[in-house]
Every structure is written in C-alpha cells, then in structure tokens.
Design a protein around this ligand. Structure first.
Ligand code: NDP
Length: 244
C-alpha cells in the first residue's frame, strides 16, 4: 500500500525526539511539507540538518500564549499530529499539583489548542483534513505510578471522539493511536528496569514492545486517504495488550 502526501502540509508536535521526530521525517519522505514543533532548539537544528525541507518552530506547548504567537504565521495545515507529551511517574498518594498541571497542560490542553488553531483554518478553507492524537494504552488500562499520565490519555481519547463528532461535518477526521511501550526517551524513563519491562511484555500477546516505526506507520495510515472513512477511532498499537 503506497501512501503519498504530496501537496499536503503537515504539522507535528513533539517533533524533536522519538515518535514525533520519526513521524516528521516519514511525512517529509512521503512528500508532505512538514512543520516540526518542539521546545528544545538543538533537536530542531539537528532535525533540519537531517531534512532541510522541514520548517522548525520552537515553543513550549504548555504555554498557551506562547503557542499562539509561535503558530500565528504557520499557514494552512492539512495534517496534524498531536504527539508532544509529558510523563512523570508518581505513586498516586504522592502526586503533586505542579506535575498534574504540567501533564494536563501538555498532554491535553496543548493538543486541544493546536487542534483548534489548525482546524479553524481547515474549516475556513473548506479543505477538510486529518488529525491524529498520539494517546497510549495507558488511556484504557491502569498502570502503577501512572495516575496522572493515564488520566491525561483517557481525557485525550474522549477529546478525540468529541473532535471527530464536531469536526466530521467539516470533513476533518480525528483519530488516535494508542501504543504500548516504545523504547524512546520516554519509554526508557518508565521501562528500563528489565524486571518491570518483563512484567509488561508478559501481558502483551505478541510478547514485545512496539518499535517507533510501528507507531509511525499507524499514524501515516490514519492521516492518509487510505483511512478516508475512519473517524473517531482509538487505534491500539500494542501487540494485543488491550484485547486481554
Ligand atoms: P519522547 O520523550 O521521546 O519525545 C517527546 C517529544 O515531545 C520531545 O521532543 C519533547 O521535547 C516534546 N515535548 C514534550 N513536552 C513538550 C512541550 N511542553 N512543548 C513542546 N514539546 C514538548 O517521547 P515519545 O516519542 O516516546 O512519545 C511521543 C508520544 O507517544 C507521546 O504522546 C507519548 O505519550 C506517546 N506514547 C509513548 C509511549 C512510549 O513508551 N514511549 C507509549 C505510549 C504512548 P523535549 O525532549 O525537549 O522535552
């Protein structure tokens, strides 16, 4: 199945590392004009060095006003990947308000905000579009020490559904991918301990974590016309974890 994004303009958040970076590069390889948004300038510099056609935008997405300023001149966008997220593991009884606020600001509020900016343009142009929110298996399954992270991803799933409902009439599709563990910087933070990793892989029918490419391929499918009738879907990329 060949997917092309020639003539399409894409915006990816959290594009400096991990899944967001690989998604930006894959979109560019498939012909899209890509705007990469993240908060660490060094990551953007190395991304542009690797793929000079990518347009960098450096902003901390937890800051609503700064995001408005940074995306003011971003131009029309056809494809959005809301990928940036923050994870801080804390036992439930030790959750702090600052970590709660930071997690919801990045994982939920920024996704809503960037989607509002992009979808308003899509609606005005009457062009339609496709939005993919990068959620997690943690949205639907309780994981120890992940109270806030799980709550943000649960909220993001419901946001995906409501966005699909309200934006669908404008031919804007909204779906999510919900990966199991991927050994990016974030994945290593939570799952580097071999015993802990084994406790997770043993619950995944395919017996392994996901690769970055597994997630990228599902994102590309949901962004593309190959999924033209798919809207409001929460797509696990988890080797069957959520099926059990
Ligand atoms: P990484 O930590 O590797 O990359 C996250 C990217 O998001 C980084 O470039 C980071 O920048 C950026 N980012 C974080 N906060 C902000 C912010 N406030 N403003 C702008 N950019 C920000 O994570 P992954 O690639 O693993 O995660 C990508 C997505 O996949 C996330 O939504 C995550 O929840 C989800 N996911 C990941 C899983 C995993 O095991 N890795 C499993 C399931 C879902 P910086 O480094 O500068 O902070």
């Amino acid at each position: 199945m060949e997917i092309t994004f020639r003539g399409k303009r894409a915006l990816v958040t959290g594009a400096g590392k991990g899944i967001g970076r690989a998604t930006s590069l894959a979109l560019a390889r498939c012909g899209a004009e890509v705007t990469a948004v993240t908060r660490t300038k060094a990551d953007l510099d190395s991304l542009v060095q690797e793929c000079p056609s990518i347009k960098p935008v450096c902003v901390d997405l937890s800051d609503w006003e700064a995001t408005d300023r940074a995306l003011k001149d971003v131009g029309p966008v056809d494809l959005l990947v809301n990928n940036a997220a923050y994870a801080k593991l804390q036992p439930f009884l030790e959750v702090t308000p600052d970590q709660f606020d930071m997690s919801f600001n990045v994982n939920v509020k920024a996704a809503l905000h960037v989607a509002q900016i992009v979808a308003k343009g899509m609606k005005t142009r009457g062009s339609g579009g496709s939005i993919v929110n990068v959620s997690s298996q943690a949205s639907q399954c309780a994981l120890k020490d992940h109270a806030v992270y799980c709550a943000t991803k649960g909220a993001l799933d419901m946001l995906t559904r409501v966005m699909a409902l309200e934006l669908g009439p404008h031919q804007i599709r909204v779906n999510s991918v919900n990966p199991t563990v991927v050994m990016t910087k974030m994945g290593k933070y939570g799952w580097s301990d071999p015993e802990k990793a084994k406790s997770m892989t043993s619950r995944i029918p395919l017996g392994k974590f996901a690769e970055v490419e597994d997630v990228v391929n599902s994102i590309l499918f949901l962004l593309s016309e190959k999924s033209a009738m798919t809207n409001g879907v929460i797509l696990p990329v988890d080797g069957g974890f959520l099926a059990c």
